[in-house]
Design a protein around this ligand. Structure first.
Ligand SMILES: [Zn+2]
Length: 499
């Protein structure tokens, strides 16, 4: 309970401040104005004769209510009712969501273009437009029954960051560009059908457009023979959404190396660290390198009572043996940051009186680094690949020993990516100037930024999400954290644009 005398004092203080806007504005002058001037070396406001502290304060504020209402609007474009979002590539709801975002890009005064697969770009020309632009952005597609913030915060937040800069009167030196990536989530065309041997496939065959933008020829080739579960080809689906018209060759999507001077993505953490530690901003130093293995064993099956043990070729036992080997080889790798998980193990026919004739395993491998030293990364990537090689050798040996057929596919085996020092520093300086707690961290989930690192210096800004929930309806980020993220983003963009 507040003592009577103190509450009276507070009331008087409030009345005083309310009747003295000049004092309030001076005392609470938003530090972002000064920082932006220092970052850009460019005055964000005209000289003092038109100087109004109150308008300065409001002109630099993020319109978080508008942003939240846009996030809510976008969540209505879903095949499942919010907060359970389902927005699959090129579906009707995806097309409507794209239209909504495209409209916002236009309303922000950006010049909008779309490429052959529907990646959207909204550019704000800088006053030195010949310089490589600074880009930011994320994705709006969503896996089935996921949440409303994944990707969306980095798209709508980027548009609001641009709007905030524009409202302030700021003019960027380098052009600023918002990118809305097509299909970050590999839901619809995720499983490629090419290749059967470990080293036949140099690149992964999951499809995210950012891979394509990063000039991945293998993905481009694979797309021509990729179909969804309804047997609709990728190109058919793209055309039905209004893209790839009259185009078979998707190389126009490739971005030139150096096309951006920097790329920075705002994203919810999708992990519990920031929320648990009460830290506002995660400065991403590296993105984990994922690999996915698909293994199928096939034996003769048979009656569980009739076939004696020496005559069996049990696909289920082959899978069980391999699952234990995955754990063994990961533990033996000597890298605490390498993890391996048999997330799916399915037996066929799955009957108590039938010897499994088929077993299907999906093995997820991830490496991350606790160290950012270059030599450590190389060692860890090598270690992961050595573990994959051992798992493959083990699968071959198990298949031979148990007399079962083996199919071993690498769905993806991405190289790790490190954030660029310039982007890390810009995000850290912005966080400091805004008095926001921050820490360096690794992204254990992959993002469009992982692939953008192939064509541009890259970095990421994480904001907390409740208990780390993501890819499910419980996903939640507070308005304060979203606002903090957008502020850090616009200051980072201003900094990077001025270099
Ligand atoms: Zn995402």
């Amino acid at each position: 309970m507040v003592p009577q005398g103190l509450s009276n004092f507070c009331l008087l203080l409030l009345l005083f401040l309310h009747s003295s806007p000049g004092i309030l504005a001076v005392n609470n002058e938003d530090p972002t104005a000064k920082i932006m001037e220092e970052f850009s070396g460019y005055p964000i406001h005209e000289p003092p004769h038109s100087f109004d502290p109150r308008s300065l304060l409001s002109s630099l504020s993020v319109d978080v209510q508008l942003l939240l209402s846009q996030i809510a609007d976008l969540s209505t474009f879903s095949d499942t009712p919010a907060p359970a979002i389902t927005r699959i590539l090129y579906s009707e709801k995806d097309v409507l969501a794209r239209r909504y975002v495209k409209n916002l890009l236009g309303l922000a005064g950006l010049s909008v273009r779309e490429d052959a697969v529907g990646n959207m770009f909204g550019r704000w020309d800088g006053y030195e437009p010949e310089l490589a632009p600074v880009a930011t952005g994320s994705h709006i597609d969503a896996i089935p029954y996921s949440g409303i913030y994944d990707g969306v915060v980095g798209v709508l937040g980027a548009i609001e960051a641009i709007n905030t800069l524009k409202r302030s009167g700021y003019k960027p030196k380098r052009s600023l560009e918002v990118i809305v990536f097509t299909s970050e989530e590999p839901t619809r065309f995720g499983i490629g059908c090419v290749g059967s041997h470990l080293y036949d496939i140099p690149y992964n065959l999951t499809f995210e457009c950012s891979r394509l933008m990063a000039r991945n020829e293998a993905v481009m080739k694979a797309l021509k023979t990729t179909f969804d579960k309804q047997n609709i080809s990728f190109l058919e689906a793209a055309r039905s959404a209004g893209y790839a018209k009259g185009v078979d060759d998707l190389s126009s999507v490739f971005l030139k190396e150096g096309c951006y001077s920097a790329f920075v993505e705002l994203h919810i953490e999708q992990g519990p660290i920031l929320d648990a530690e009460g830290i506002s901003i995660g400065v991403v130093t590296a993105i984990a390198a994922p690999a996915t293995l698909i293994v199928d064993f096939e034996g003769n099956g048979g009656h569980a009572g009739g076939v004696l043990m020496p005559h069996r070729n049990d696909a289920g036992l082959a899978a069980a043996e391999l699952a234990l080997d995955v754990e063994k080889y990961v533990l033996e790798s000597g890298s605490i940051d390498t993890v391996g998980t048999v997330g799916i193990l399915q037996l066929h026919p799955g009957a108590i009186n039938s010897i499994p004739s088929k077993a299907h395993l999906t093995i997820g491998m991830v490496i991350t680094w606790l160290e950012v030293a270059e030599d450590t990364r190389d060692i860890d990537e090598k270690r992961r690949n050595e573990v994959i090689e051992k798992i493959h050798e083990s699968a071959v040996a198990i298949a031979r020993k148990r007399g079962v057929n083996l199919s071993f596919k690498i769905l993806n085996q991405d190289p790790p990516a490190h954030s660029d020092k310039s982007v890390i520093e810009a995000v850290e300086v912005a966080s400091k100037e805004l008095n926001l707690t921050h820490k360096r961290m690794i992204s254990r989930a992959y993002h469009d930024s992982l692939f953008m690192a192939g064509v541009s210096p890259m970095g990421m800004i994480f904001i907390p999400c409740y208990k780390g929930h993501s890819h499910k309806p419980e996903e939640y980020a507070s308005s304060q954290d979203i606002e903090n993220g957008v502020k850090v983003l616009f200051l980072t963009l201003a900094k990077l644009s001025s270099t």
